[in-house]
Design a protein around this ligand. Structure first.
Ligand SMILES: Nc1ncnc2c1ncn2[C@@H]1O[C@H](COP(=O)(O)OP(=O)(O)OP(=O)(O)O)[C@@H](O)[C@H]1O
Ligand SMILES: [Mg+2]
Length: 283
């Protein structure tokens, strides 16, 4: 009996948070780095369905770095990274689209639907809802900088109780344009700002942002991020991630969180417990 009362207490502890976030849009960036094994993916899907069933409106934007690397290797197509961004030519773009829009997007959508949500997988090419232009004058090839997010498309889906699952590919202007490869963190940021989400959460493969000694930094602001960039504490994929966090809060979203997607139920721990986990980025 005592055990059952404890279980009820755990549910009651979540009540204030459920009240706070119910009916609110929360953008969740599901990093390729966190999509490690079938069990974790299934847990992720169940956590999202729980949010959905208590009235929160999740919007998922996913990455796929590791899987893209694996297929590029298999096909012996070379790609390299500058500033944490994958330089993308037409060959690479073809693989990026196959993996993101074909494989990962449908896998996440299927899992969510299987567990009781109504998820719809889309890319920026669907209804042309996300458009882009070459980032930094084409320095990274087909890596795009988003110029427009048509929030009407997403709002429509959300209103009809769908969970949008978004692969970070944007439409080009011409009919024969292969599309733009968008860093998923930056896509999630633009989407969170367009929807004026309550918050944005990045699930990745580190406990949060780490300092030079490898200790977790629990909170960051613009000035601290600038210093970490300057002294080289952050590198690789963490650079666009923190840029995305800053852009999101600059765009009017209260806060951004970077949490460990390798920890079971990390989203629930972040949303439904007092101190949360990971790194919080605020103004
Ligand atoms: N100071 C830092 N603290 C934590 N991680 C860091 C830091 N500096 C660099 N990183 C790197 O950033 C990586 C996370 O970014 P990465 O782009 O690899 O993952 P992701 O964005 O979750 O996945 P994807 O890009 O596939 O969506 C970490 O695995 C780590 O190697
Ligand atoms: Mg990344």
């Amino acid at each position: 009996m005592q055990h059952k009362i404890q279980q009820a207490q755990i549910l009651m502890d979540a009540l204030p948070y459920i009240k706070q976030f119910s009916k609110k849009t929360i953008v969740i960036k599901y990093g390729g780095a966190a999509q490690i094994n079938p069990e974790l993916k299934e847990q992720f899907a169940k956590d999202i369905v729980l949010l959905y069933l208590v009235g929160i409106k999740p919007v998922i934007v996913h990455g796929g770095g590791k899987k893209i690397n694996a297929l590029l290797d298999k096909l012996e197509v070379k790609s390299n990274f500058i500033d944490g961004l994958r330089v993308t030519d037409e060959h690479v773009m073809e693989v990026v689209e196959m993996v993101l829009s074909g494989s990962i997007n449908k896998e996440i959508t299927t899992l969510l639907n299987h567990h009781g949500a109504k998820a719809i997988g889309i890319t920026g090419k669907d209804a042309n809802f996300m458009r882009a232009r070459p980032m930094d004058d084409g320095k990274y090839g087909l890596v795009g900088e988003i110029t427009k997010v048509d929030k009407k498309v997403l709002k429509h889906l959300i209103r009809e109780k769908f969970i949008p699952v978004i692969a970070p590919i944007a439409a080009g202007d011409d009919i024969d344009h292969p599309g733009y490869n968008i860093n998923a963190d930056l896509a999630a940021s633009k989407i969170a700002v367009a929807l004026q989400a309550k918050k944005i959460i990045f699930l990745t493969d580190t406990p949060g942002v780490l300092d030079k000694e490898g200790n977790l930094i629990s909170s960051l602001d613009k000035a601290k991020i600038k210093a970490l960039k300057k002294d080289g504490t952050i590198s690789g994929g963490m650079i666009p991630k923190l840029d995305a966090c800053l852009e999101t809060i600059r765009g009017g979203v209260e806060c951004a969180h970077i949490i460990d997607g390798r920890v079971q139920h990390s989203i629930l721990l972040e949303l439904f417990t007092k101190n949360g986990i990971g790194t919080i980025i605020k103004e």
